[in-house]
Design a protein around this ligand. Sequence first.
Ligand code: ATP
Ligand code: MG
Length: 331
Amino acid sequence: HDLRNEDLKDLHELGQGNGGSVKKVEHTPTNTIMAKKIVLIDAKPSVRKQILRELQIMHDCNSQYIISFYGAFISDPNICMCIEFMDKGSLDGIYKKIGPIDIEVVGKVALAVLEGLTYLYDVHRIIHRDIKPSNILFNSKGQVKICDFGVSGELINSIADTFVGTSTYMSPERIQGAQYTVKSDVWSLGISLIELALGRFPFSDSASDDSDLSDFENTLSPSRPGNLDFTNNKTEKEKRDKKKKRKSMGVSLQGGGMTMSILELLQHIVNEPAPRLSPEGRFPRESEEFVDSCLLKDPDARQTPKDLLKHPWIEASRSNTIDLEIWASTF
Ligand code: ATP
Ligand code: MG
């Protein structure tokens, strides 16, 4: 029983990312609600078939911390993937709606993501490569699951050809061109956890300018770096327009009257101390310490997801009896 586009009834759009869009659909023969992700790629038919073959690995990814997979097909010229529908959406949407997320819930999220990453790597040798709040999904049963992991090497290549794919959740070693490892995902998790706990993306100078970063999109739009003009000899009006444009492109970071371009931000990640859960004392010491260990800039010093499952904050989160199903019913 292969999935066919004809059997899917569009209900409504769930969201849009840089590489495509996601729709809530009903698989009418089985009355199953699914999320259909349309991946815009510009690849030869042979490459698309190869991607489809590689995506089949997702059928074998069975874990309560990983989104389940119904199937994929080519819908010329795009690839469609049907995955489990998560009725509370992604964690970025949740904090943008309800504000900073309680640190005990953040602890449960950290535990789920580490479990998911450990499963993917230990069982399938898969590295996620795109951990961020929009790829951590939540449902009204209180389950937390990760999605959009790098199963298909061909798909990663095709998207890389089409999009810049520069993410501000990227670790310093990745920015500097090193190989991806499971530890790069740990960095991205650290950044994501701060974002959830503070209710805003961490790379900004909130003390001097708390301008709204909540709608900050974290990946550069479909454009090549060469298309961006970072020169500084502009009139005030040009600067304002540019700022607006950058903001809509999601590369504007403001703090202390400064606007950081994506390149400046990447430089900042490489050269400056990592962000922390702040202000000091607002969060439990063990949570601060956990985030600090995710955000060690030296990947050799950083632990793997599996090691971090033994961290005291994660062990405490595991035995925490907070009910995420009840929490989910509050929004
Ligand atoms: P990017 O393209 O930078 O990775 P993204 O993760 O937001 O950003 P998509 O993966 O296309 O982009 O997802 C778009 C939105 O659709 C997500 O932010 C999420 O809110 C929603 N979404 C994705 N998958 C599901 C799902 N299985 N169930 C419910 N909502 C989903
Ligand atoms: Mg996504």
